[in-house]
Write a protein that binds this ligand. Structure first.
Ligand SMILES: [Ca+2]
Length: 508
């Protein structure tokens, strides 16, 4: 029996059935449940109440299937849980616990490529070598060629070159193979039946390299397979195109599956991180996100909402890149979190962002992705070691200590999501407009007008250390506030907005 630790401060809506924000866990580094210092399913089960208490609705786990690497983005068996993570029974307990908290479990599915250790691959090389075209042949599961080409690796077992966009150890699957499609169908259905609620699809851009129409057709097929088991289950893809390519996001969305919004994620572009770093981005962000939401809905007949994020396991931690060099960097980090979590659709937070965990790939000249995937600092001791024995600079706090600080980023996340979940229909299904501000205010303030079924709310964000004077132009019924400083003062419709605050105003 696993002891579940309930955080002290619970929001009123711990059962997050109506939520829409997601939390990404890098499994190897999140929480150890069996004492071997490696993240596992038991550890995640223990932490579900914490994630639920923050107000997240979706929990995305990086790959959990059999693999020899610490990140497990090279699958060796899509139908079994990696033994170092636990058992199928543990998976069932995890799914049950997630569901008890009203949340949904999203599994990372890496089907652009497999591991070169996957039995499919070993068999495929043999069958290709022997020109085996019988009904059980797996020769066509991978893309073989007799002539060397860019991004292909030679395999003596096949006496041929195989496509591997990432490396020869991760050969690309041939998604056109009808036999392979049958296997994929089995896999997709299996985990949904076992308790998963959806998928995060890895490396969608490479499904059919530079053949976007074929990729979109494949995504539609995949969605139909999943919907037969779980109608409208949440599926999201990763398509990291070259900067800047918003068109790709729209093209993929025409399949009915959203992609993570890379064009609005990295700090150099116009997403939440950039908005608090550069004034030009602050002014552009509200227009871009409102426009994106409209365009995504248009191309997908209303099915797809934005999937915004700031960082993930492949990017430097945003505490390192957002508002760098600014005297109020920490406060602006809080504002960026407001912009992210009060954005339309399904915003995603990468574990540790809520406590400002650091990590850059190039640290003191050492290049390592492990730096972006370091151990979550729990005070109660169920710590993981860092991947690849990476030595990170000491982190001076822990989840439990941040819980205790009234104005911590962690508690801001909780307040932002508590309100977001109360008004979930506005955030996901509602109509979003930028609320135009006078030019003197627009450099420090941002406002959105959201409407849903005839009701309206106004969202306001301040990014300045001075109080901002603002007169609400409409009659209102309620003002709710998320602040890391002190409450705003309100006199009828005149507000002195406190520094770095976010307000949600219910209009009459
Ligand atoms: Ca473990």
């Amino acid at each position: 029996m696993i002891e579940v630790k309930i955080p002290k401060k619970l929001p009123k809506n711990l059962h997050n059935e109506k939520g829409s924000a997601g939390y990404q866990v890098f499994v190897a580094s999140f929480r150890d449940g069996n004492g071997d210092k490696k993240g596992d399913l038991k550890g995640i089960i223990e932490a579900v109440p914490y994630i639920a208490s923050l107000g997240f609705h979706y929990l995305w786990l990086t790959p959990i299937f059999k693999s020899s690497s610490y990140h497990r983005y090279d699958t060796e068996d899509y139908l079994s849980i990696d033994s170092s993570l636990g058992t199928l029974e543990d998976f069932h307990t995890l799914a049950k616990t997630v569901h008890e908290y009203g949340m949904e479990l999203i599994l990372d599915l890496v089907i652009n490529h497999s591991s070169f250790r996957h039995p499919w691959y070993i068999q495929s090389a043999k069958d290709y070598f022997h020109h085996d075209e019988g009904k059980d042949s797996k020769a066509d599961y991978y893309n073989w060629t007799k002539k060397p080409q860019y991004a292909y690796s030679y395999d003596p077992n096949a006496d041929a070159w195989v496509e591997g966009r990432f490396s020869g150890w991760m050969p690309d699957l041939n998604l056109d193979s009808l036999s392979l499609r049958k296997e994929l169908e089995e896999i997709l259905c299996y985990w949904l039946k076992e308790g998963a609620d959806g998928y995060r699809l890895d490396a969608v851009r490479f499904y059919y390299f530079e053949e976007r129409e074929k990729t979109v057709a494949f995504l539609k097929w995949l969605k139909d397979v999943c919907y037969k088991i779980k109608a409208n289950c949440y599926i999201v893809g990763e398509a990291w195109e070259d900067y800047p390519d918003e068109q790709s996001i729209l093209d993929y969305a025409s399949s009915g599956i959203p992609m993570f919004h890379f064009p609005l994620c990295l700090s150099r572009e116009d997403g939440p991180g950039a908005a608090v770093s550069f004034l030009s981005s602050w002014k552009k962000f509200p227009y871009r996100i409102v426009e994106e939401k409209k365009k995504l809905a248009e191309v997908s007949h209303g099915e797809v909402f934005p999937a915004l994020f700031i960082g993930n396991h492949d990017t430097d931690r945003w505490s390192e890149v957002v508002a760098v060099g600014k005297e109020n960097q920490k406060e602006l980090y809080h504002v960026a979190m407001s912009l992210l979590l009060w954005s339309p659709g399904t915003p995603w937070v990468y574990y540790g962002e809520e406590i400002g965990l650091p990590g850059v790939r190039n640290y003191l000249g050492v290049m390592s992705d492990a730096a972006r995937r370091t151990a979550m600092p729990w005070k109660d001791g169920n710590l993981c070691s860092n991947p690849e024995d990476y030595i990170a600079p000491p982190f001076p706090s822990s989840v439990e200590e941040e819980e205790e600080k009234e104005n911590s980023l962690l508690n801001r996340v909780r307040k932002l999501l508590s309100l977001r979940n109360d008004y979930n229909d506005f955030f996901t299904k509602g109509n979003w407009e930028v609320f135009e501000l006078s030019s003197d205010l627009s450099e420090q303030m941002m406002a959105f007008l959201l409407s849903f079924q005839g009701e309206k709310i106004l969202l306001i964000h301040s990014q300045t250390k001075e109080p901002l004077l603002f007169e609400i132009p409409f009659p209102y019924t309620k003002i709710e506030e998320v602040t890391s400083t002190h409450p705003s003062s309100i006199d009828k419709r005149k507000i002195s907005i406190s520094p770095y605050s976010s307000l949600l105003i219910t209009l009459e």
